[in-house]
Design a protein around this ligand. Structure first.
Ligand code: SF4
Length: 746
């Protein structure tokens, strides 16, 4: 039996160390210019509420300071449903972001052509005047709709309001087309609702959790990992489908080491077995679903034996694992995953998972998927936003009609001039996202950047993207600012406050201040008519029956649900927000758009001789590329490694720990070498690496040149025709033992 402690210890790989050090002060000593001195252990009894910005899970917590008023530690808020009072390893390392001496410190304006990082320091006034004038010029010449916001993080609300007030509707988060978009479209077309964030998975009460290419534990989504540990303690069966023996696989009753790129065949075979064996929830299917007979016909030939030839998984294993799901139903979750942009048929693969959940009756049932509720935080009154004359959709006539959010890669495509495009973007505001690492095919991203008349980057750290900006605006970290009220959905509706624990270091400013000042300079001040952020937040909170004073004291406020509908009630009549009002096993929305209404398996390209499929993922102590320079987290994991099967390593003569270069099918070689990790825990046909390393910006003194970047090896993009998601797992790598000549020379 695996206990919670075992699970966290294994999944954390250093969590223990962090728990001791980061909540004490050991790791802070490693900071080159740590502001902490002798009295670190004296704790100020005051604490300020925050919600974590190290990842999008947004756990609420408390920031403590030492006697000198310096930030000392962060712990979870017991009232918070996202964290249950406990932060994950990355979250406890949050102060490393604040103390990082490599931070952006003052506004910068480019002085030489793009491609050279030559900037001069500017005052805020000068930098914002420069941006405002440029934006107004672009609006006059091309129209305000030729500006776009690309954002990830809390500042998006303020910059979003700014760009909408300006007259543009193009606001994109890479977390949609590069991450969760296909699953959201799949669940909307099936259930009429998305999965959301945090996911509405009722893991704490599940009896069977199926993870497909999803490595919870290494992927440290705090609340989910805690619930998974609890579920394991209570005897839940875990089924993990992954070519890699992940931490989750090590906790699983069944590990299905699938041949990469064949998951859809497995899902269809599972659907076949569950229907043929009559293991589906007959009452639920009859009452709530549409298209069962079409589905039954569709999967008739898709037997486990058929899937065996594709997936390499034994038919008996497919049947046994299907039986486990049926035994647990409806307390079973085929987890929808998060980063699901793999092979370009991702909406269809996610649809197959949604269908399986529907057959097992887990949607709306305890231990399956609960019905979340959100607090509706009112907006500060402002004039209506002008209607944009064109949007990003005009650049893709007839395409991606089922995508309900803007596609970041679509903005990028529509920035490169083409006769067929109605709108070429001329200005980007980029906030909190290192686009050169988040959007695949960085060559294309750079091509788009070269077409821009203005690129503004607002961030806390110098990243690859800041090097290409015309103006760089230094945002203060989440520990130094107020932000929007967190209102994410959960079992109970709740709000959380982030407030500054300390004054901003250097000449940095919060997003709300930057947006408001810029709005004033652009003649849009009426959209930001509050005098202070405190006034605005207090007004919002009072509409909800709270106040800023109360939230500063309690940090998190949880409300009772409006309806008793966390799960469907027995016999309850339900109308789903689909064309038929039913859960659509057969999707009428997809059929209307000319796509397959039922998911079909189509084979994907195989690696060429001597190449291996590049798979990538997460480690529990890092978030994307944004934490690689964090002194606290870097100590836990300084570089990534390439996981290589021993048979393959033997053929190439690669030793464990040896540094090698990876080169992809297009001849792109990693800028830096990566350490080989020779392990039986990965199939022979795959190579795995953790995302977010191999930074090329020398201003990141700790992260520069550490490990290799998977992003630069992802040059082939398999676009999902349904919603424009950028499939990134169609890339293959081989091994090299030296850098490319030009890199060696430089
Ligand atoms: S999961 Fe961890 S990193 Fe993400 S918000 Fe929560 S504490 Fe922060």
């Amino acid at each position: 039996m695996t206990s919670r402690r075992d699970f966290i210890r294994i999944s954390g790989l250093g969590v223990g160390g962090l728990a001791v050090s980061a909540t004490g002060y050991g790791l802070y000593r490693d900071l080159a210019k740590s502001p902490l001195k002798g009295s670190e252990l004296s704790v100020d009894t005051t604490r300020t509420p925050t919600y974590c910005e190290i990842c999008f899970w947004k756990c609420a917590g408390w920031v403590y300071k030492n006697e000198e008023g310096k930030i000392w530690k962060i712990i979870g808020n017991d009232e918070d449903q996202h964290s249950n009072g406990r932060f994950c390893p990355r979250g406890t390392g949050g102060p490393g972001m604040y103390f990082d001496e490599d931070r952006l410190k003052t506004p910068l304006i480019r002085t030489e052509a793009r491609g050279k990082q030559v900037f001069r320091e500017a005052s805020w006034d000068e930098a914002l005047d420069f941006i405002a004038e440029k934006m107004k010029g672009i609006a006059e010449e091309h129209g305000p709709e030729c500006t776009a916001l690309l954002t990830h993080g809390s500042g998006g609300k303020y910059f979003g309001d700014l760009i909408k007030a300006f007259g543009s509707g193009s606001i994109a988060a890479p977390s949609y087309a590069q991450c969760r978009g296909p699953r959201e479209v799949a669940y909307y077309t099936t259930f009429g609702e998305g999965v959301g964030s945090p996911e509405r998975t009722d893991i704490r009460d599940t009896k069977c959790l199926v993870l497909i290419g999803s490595h919870l534990g290494e992927n440290m989504h705090n609340g989910q990992v805690q619930e998974m540990s609890d579920a394991i303690d209570k005897g839940a069966v875990i089924i993990t489908v992954d070519p890699r023996f992940s931490i989750a696989a090590s906790k699983s009753k069944y590990w299905l080491p699938i041949k990469p790129a064949t998951d859809l065949a497995l899902l269809l075979a599972w659907i076949h077995v569950i229907i043929e064996e009559e293991w589906y929830d007959k009452e639920y299917v009859a009452k709530y679903t549409f298209g069962f007979e079409q589905l039954k016909d569709h999967v008739k030939q898709m037997t486990p034996e058929w899937a065996y030839g594709i997936t390499t998984l034994a038919p008996d294993l497919i049947r046994k694992s299907a039986k486990e799901m049926a035994n647990a139903a409806p307390a079973v979750i085929i987890h929808p995953g998060r980063h699901v942009t793999w092979y370009g048929d991702d909406t269809q693969r996610s649809r197959a998972m949604a269908i399986l959940n529907a057959l097992l009756g887990s949607w709306g049932r305890r231990g399956g998927f609960y019905n979340p509720e959100t607090v509706a935080v009112p907006s500060w009154p402002h004039p209506p936003f002008p209607e944009p004359k064109r949007t990003w959709r005009d650049a893709f006539p007839g395409q991606y009609n089922l995508a309900y959010e803007t596609i970041a890669s679509g903005i990028c495509d529509a920035t490169i001039p083409a006769l067929s495009r109605a709108c070429n973007f001329k200005a980007w505001i980029v906030n909190g996202t290192n686009l050169l690492k988040t959007i695949p095919n960085s060559k294309k991203v750079l091509e788009a950047i070269h077409e821009l008349e203005l690129l503004v980057v607002i961030d806390t750290m110098p990243m690859e993207i800041t090097g290409w900006a015309d103006v760089v605006l230094p945002e203060c970290t989440y520990l130094e600012r107020y932000d929007t009220i967190r209102d994410s959905p959960h079992r109970k509706p709740a709000i959380a406050l982030r407030m500054p624990a300390t004054e901003p270091l250097y000449n940095t400013k919060p997003a709300y201040w930057i947006a408001k000042e810029l709005a004033n300079k652009m003649g849009l001040g009426e959209y930001f008519s509050w005098n202070t952020i405190e006034e605005m937040l207090d007004w919002q909170l009072k509409q909800l029956g709270s106040s800023l004073e109360e939230m500063q004291r309690i940090g998190v406020k949880t409300f009772e649900r409006s309806y008793d509908d966390l799960y469907f009630q027995p016999e309850q009549e339900m109308e789903f927000d689909t064309n038929t009002g039913k859960i659509e096993l057969y999707s009428t929305a997809l059929a209307a758009e000319g796509f397959d209404p039922l998911p079909k398996y189509t084979p994907h390209e195989e690696p060429p001789q001597g190449f291996y499929r590049l798979n990538y993922g997460r480690a529990p102590m890092h978030t994307f590329s944004r934490t690689a320079n964090n002194a606290l987290l870097k100590d836990l994991m300084e570089e990534n490694a390439a996981w290589i099967n021993p048979k393959v390593a033997g053929e190439w003569g690669i030793k464990n720990g040896q540094y090698i270069w990876l080169e992809n099918q297009d001849g792109v070689r990693s800028s830096f070498p990566i350490k080989a990790r020779v392990t039986e825990r990965i199939r022979w046909d795959s190579v795995f690496m953790v995302h977010g390393f191999g930074h090329t910006n020398k201003k990141l003194s700790r992260a520069y040149g550490k490990g290799a970047s998977d992003s630069e090896l992802i040059t082939k993009v398999l676009t999902d025709p349904i919603m424009g998601g950028t499939g990134m797992r169609g890339n293959f790598v081989t091994f090299k033992f030296e850098p490319k000549e030009e890199e060696a020379a430089s």
